[in-house]
Ligand binder design. Structure first.
Ligand code: HAM
Length: 440
């Protein structure tokens, strides 16, 4: 028997024994809530392909990053190298430039929901195919865009009742600031090089800022006296950072300044942030993001395009929801189960079910000519509030008994009036697709 690849998972229907992930109705509900918050903030959805040229991702995310060095799912076709996208910011910027979205005028506020791929070692909260939602605000240099991104990110979690996540904030300055800082960091660590782990020694050479991410205790102690990036950032970056903090204060959003916060992607300038939760264990980041004013030029734009965004993993959101005891909504039940007795009624029910569905009702019926008893068991299992049994007698009279499943009470209705009756019974009289229609 084939199994799904480790680090991936199936999203299954509700009530599947042994499922490791929330069922599809929960995913749908959570996605809908996320889209609702995005829409309230004025973001429009963008969908980009799952695979992109390797060069786009390597230039965008950064050649020296772990993602590009070790975690890409890559393949080749007709001499072109492709990767499954490890993130969506570089693809969104590619689409922005390719389609001249800036010409629509004003700031472009885009959001996305979809799968990403990183060949990491799978563990709790870390997958090889995971699912991100995120936003990119393109064309806004003002610190308010950074603060709005942080507020949007935080409000997604608030929409689910999660308000205890910690917001870590830092400024990474400009590339030249970071260049000077990098040199200072290398100088500082040089005398300790022999004490460093293999990974840190490699990082010292390839990507010294990643040393700040070390989880090794004695290296963390060394970091306490290491030079601070914030002491190297230029006046403009400092002013921008102060402005972001000011706006966050104005919004009443608590944050922790963390001078050791560096992100695993190279495109950031100035603002960087992460939202953390204790519910997650080792992979404590719920979401992260920052400003990336130079990415557009890196991808070939002639001018600087200021931009800021965030992305978050659904899988980690689910872990936080589980820890918070979040009650996922139950799967929607059909409006009615139509049971048939005899071949003539079976043929009738088969057609009637389709007609009712066309009128906006959710209808289930039997497909296997099963006994009435088996059909009623199925009706019960389906959670439909009504079951209607149709046999020769009902067909002849043109009337049926609609059985209210929770009470057993029966109401006689004309077959022609069944649709109207079922709509009346439905709480609020909403058509079945109403919930879906609210999707942005
Ligand atoms: P990132 O920090 O690499 O940033 O990923 C964002 C979020 O995706 C993480 O906080 C985490 O929730 C989730 N995530 C990442 N890798 C995995 C994984 N292997 N398994 C499960 N979840 C994962 C970015 O991707 C940037 N594009 C964010 C951004 C948008 N910056 C500016 N705009």
């Amino acid at each position: 028997m084939y199994q799904n690849i480790p680090g991936t998972f199936d999203v299954l229907p509700a009530g599947t024994e042994g499922a490791k992930m929330p069922p599809s109705p929960t995913w749908r509900h959570v996605e809908r809530t996320v889209r609702g918050v995005m829409q309230r903030y004025g973001f429009e959805e963008i969908r980009t392909p799952i695979f992109e040229p390797t060069e786009l991702v390597a230039r965008g995310v950064g050649q020296a990053t772990d993602i590009v060095q070790k975690e890409m799912f890559a393949f080749e076709r007709s001499d072109t190298q492709y990767v499954l996208r490890p993130e969506v910011t570089a693809p969104v910027m590619r689409a922005y430039l390719q389609h001249h979205l800036g010409q629509r005028g004003g700031v472009q506020k885009l959001f996305y929901v979809g799968p990403c791929f990183r060949a990491e070692r799978p563990q709790k909260g870390r997958f090889r195919q995971f699912h991100q939602f995120g936003s990119e605000t393109i064309g806004a240099a003002d610190a308010r865009a950074d603060a709005e991104t942080v507020a949007l990110m935080t409000d997604v979690y608030r929409a689910f009742g999660i308000s205890d996540a910690r917001l870590r904030l830092n400024s990474l300055g400009s590339p030249s600031d970071r260049e000077r800082y990098r040199a200072a960091l290398v100088d500082y660590f040089a005398p300790y090089e022999d004490d460093l782990s293999d990974t840190s020694r490699r990082r010292l050479k390839d990507n010294p800022l990643r040393l700040l991410d070390t989880k090794i205790e004695h290296e963390q102690r060394l970091l306490e006296d290491a030079p601070r990036l914030l002491d190297f950032i230029d006046e403009e970056s400092q002013a921008h950072y102060d402005a972001v903090k000011g706006w966050l204060d104005d919004l009443g959003m608590p944050f922790e300044e963390d001078p050791l916060l560096v992100r695993g992607l190279d495109y950031y300038t100035r603002t960087a942030f992460e939202l953390e939760s204790d519910a997650l264990g080792a992979q404590s980041a719920l979401a992260g993001g920052g400003r990336y004013d130079l990415l557009a030029e890196e991808l070939g734009a002639e001018q600087t395009v200021p931009a800021v965004g965030f992305a978050a993993g659904f899988e980690r959101l689910f872990l936080a929801l589980e820890a918070a005891g979040y009650d996922a909504p139950v799967a929607p039940a059909p409006d009615v189960f139509l049971a048939a007795i005899g071949e003539e009624a079976e043929a009738f029910v088969f057609k009637k079910a389709r007609r009712l569905r066309g009128e906006g009702l959710a209808v289930e019926s039997d497909l296997m000519g099963r006994s009435l008893k088996a059909q009623m068991r199925e009706a019960n299992r389906s959670g439909a509030p009504y079951a209607v049994v149709i046999g020769g007698r009902e067909l002849e009279a043109g009337r049926v008994d609609a059985k209210h499943m929770p009470t057993g009470e029966e109401t006689e209705v004309a077959l022609d009036g069944l649709t109207a009756f079922l709509f009346e019974q439905r709480a609020g009289g909403q058509p079945a697709e109403a919930e879906a229609a609210q999707d942005t």
